[in-house]
Design a protein around this ligand. Structure first.
Ligand code: NAD
Length: 424
């Protein structure tokens, strides 16, 4: 039986309601026209497809797939495709709108989109996954294209899935079009620096926050939750800049060393043993205790809804750099503001990934590939400018950084819509 307390928690953790709450506050503060709010709230297009696939044993299964294009006002829709058993249209819709706001904060010429297929990729063979990916791509093909909608990997999809999508699209077009998806293998039009991009972006915005607070990297302690692509890369790059990574938290345990963990040695340990725990260069600690450690920077980079009305009161950091998407609930935002924590919100902090995806799309269309230094320099420029733009909105409108980021994004998308006018 669902109790009123359960219902309240469910309400707090609903991603669509979280996105809505931030949107509403930002639109209200901008005194945005109601009609324009309706346009910005509503996705441009939602596509549902039923994907028949012949399984390896000869049976036919039908999977449900979605692609939501939230906005194409500033450019082609951009956003990942996830394969998971619990994908819902509501979730894909919320994530698509997040992509619109993220691309607008980074000021890159994309709208927002997201896709998902309801399936359990862990029980499908590689050949079944390939057939599913190709049929899904074929079923939404008229909505895809370098000028229309450019997917990327997300939960349970990877470079190989992107290669299959690119190939399927190209076979239908009768010529190779690498710019239709990003996150491809390097040999098929992928970009240098993409695997590190999100973590590197977190590093750049954290460095900006430190300057603002008069802190130096060598005097800065960091706790990282999630030692995967984003958290692992961020921790490694921060350690190379002399940040002290005092704790890393994973799903099966946490490790702590007040003097700083040797991140690359921890990566080697995990590769060898399959876990971060029992690392000789640190002590094992309780995961919850690790999240509440006194530190300068807390970097959640695992999953959504980690910082809630329950956990936020116990945080002990000065800066919260949101590597993950949606790690903080709107109720927790208020607690963080009361505690004076400087939040670098997800739509700014983890925008490095989509920024280098944009570079990949640009390079594919140019047919000219950049070296990694150029990718990183241009990434730094965009992350620093985006940080400054958000902070300027925060100072001018006297709001905390998350609402400032939403206000900046809404303003940019609304401006594009006004310039274009409504086609009737
Ligand atoms: P990943 O799967 O590579 O890494 C996630 C890590 O978190 C894994 O090591 C996993 O074991 C760990 N983890 C899972 N549950 C945990 C828990 N309860 N406590 C501690 N650790 C836990 O995924 P990723 O690509 O690094 O993505 C992480 C987050 O960043 C997600 O929210 C994702 O949407 C967001 N993000 C990723 C990118 C990107 O480029 N990869 C870009 C933008 C946002």
């Amino acid at each position: 039986m669902t109790t009123p307390a359960d219902a309240l928690i469910e309400h707090e953790l609903n991603p669509w309601l979280s996105a809505e709450a931030r949107f509403n506050e930002a639109a209200e503060r901008l005194e945005m026209d109601e009609g324009l709010q309706k346009v910005l709230r509503t996705p441009s297009r939602e596509i549902t497809v039923y994907i028949p696939v012949v399984l390896d044993d000869g049976r036919i299964e039908v999977f449900t797939g979605y692609r939501v294009q939230h906005s194409i006002a500033r450019g082609p829709a951009k956003g990942g495709i996830r394969f998971a058993p619990d994908v819902t249209l509501d979730e894909v819709r919320a994530l698509a709108s997040w992509m619109t706001w993220k691309c607008a904060v980074a000021n890159i010429p994309f709208g927002g989109g997201k896709g998902g297929v309801i399936c359990d990729p862990h029980v499908l063979s590689m050949t079944e996954l390939e057939r599913l990916t190709r049929r899904y791509t074929a079923d939404i093909i008229e909505f895809l294209g370098p000028e229309k909608d450019v997917p990327a990997p997300d939960m349970n999809t990877n470079e190989q899935v992107m290669a299959w999508m690119m190939d399927t699209y190209s076979m239908h077009m009768r010529h190779t079009m690498t710019a239709v998806v990003t996150g491809k293998p390097l040999d098929l039009g992928g970009s240098r620096g993409r695997p590190e991009a999100t973590g590197r972006g977190c590093l750049f915005v954290t460095l900006e926050a430190l300057k603002r607070m008069g802190l130096k990297p060598e005097d800065t302690s960091v706790v990282v939750q999630g030692f995967g692509n984003v958290g692992g890369m961020a921790a490694k790059l921060m350690a190379r800049r002399e940040f002290k990574i005092i704790s890393i938290i994973e799903w099966d345990g946490a490790v702590y060393n007040a003097k700083g963990i040797d991140v690359e040695a921890l990566m080697a340990h995990r590769k060898q043993t399959g876990s971060i725990v029992d690392f000789p260069g640190a002590e094992n600690i309780d995961r919850e205790q690790a999240l509440y450690l006194k530190c300068d920077v807390l970097l959640p980079a695992a999953k959504e809804n980690v910082i809630t009305s329950k956990t936020a009161p116990h945080l002990n950091c000065k800066i919260l750099c949101e590597g993950a998407n949606g790690p903080t609930t709107p109720i927790a935002d208020k607690v963080l503001a009361d505690k004076g924590i400087f939040v670098i919100p997800d739509i700014l902090a983890n925008a490095g990934g989509v920024t280098v995806s944009y570079f990949e799309w640009v390079q594919d269309r140019q047919g000219y590939f950049w070296n990694e230094d150029l990718v990183n320099t241009r990434l730094e420029e965009i992350m620093v400018n985006s940080f400054q733009d958000v902070v300027k909105y925060s100072d001018t409108h006297r709001v905390h950084n998350r609402i400032a980021a939403y206000m900046l994004a809404l303003d940019r998308v609304a401006f594009a819509i006004k310039l274009r006018g409504l086609y009737a």
